[in-house]
Design a protein around this ligand. Sequence first.
Ligand code: HEC
Length: 170
Amino acid sequence: MKMRTITLVICLFLVLMVTACDKKEKETPAVSINTSSNSASFAELTLTPKSGTDRWYFAEQAERGQAVFAANCAVCHGNNAEATPHWKTPNDSGHYPPPPLNGSAHAWHHPLSILGRTIYFGGAPVGGQMPAFKDKLTESDIIDVIAHFQSYWSDDIYDRWLQIENSSRN
Ligand code: HEC
């Protein structure tokens, strides 16, 4: 009888744990991006080289992204995504200035899902300073702006990023 009670308690505990994990997963989806836009979503993006760019994006996307970038990102990341010369030195409050997004820094180590999430939620979830754009930009704006700053990347950096992107999808 006593053994049955213990088993019951253990089972109940396990059920609660599983439910808790499940809930947590739902609260932090892999790419939680605005679904109100009708254009392509991250999940639908194909990586096949498009004519004109040889990359996952069409030239029009990178062009549209240029306007998004100029209006929302250039103030911090620089007109050509080059950042400031001292982006590697933390400021007085210990935070790092905005890094370049032109392929010379770290951004290319991230798959689209992470880049999208950084732009959507900003740096707050990881203790950073970058503002969130979830209320300002649509999902397709975010896709376009990524295409734009990736257009600064050399083919070599793009190829290395593509490997990271591919393995993030497996
Ligand atoms: C107010 C300044 C500011 C603005 C505006 C801003 N960012 Fe940032 N961004 C930062 C900072 C600072 C970081 C470094 C991480 C942090 O502190 O959150 C960062 C980091 C990033 C990263 C990660 C880079 C890496 O090396 O991993 C990406 C991608 C990015 N920003 C894209 C954008 C895009 C796209 C826009 C415009 C839609 C934008 N940012 C607007 C300040 C800004």
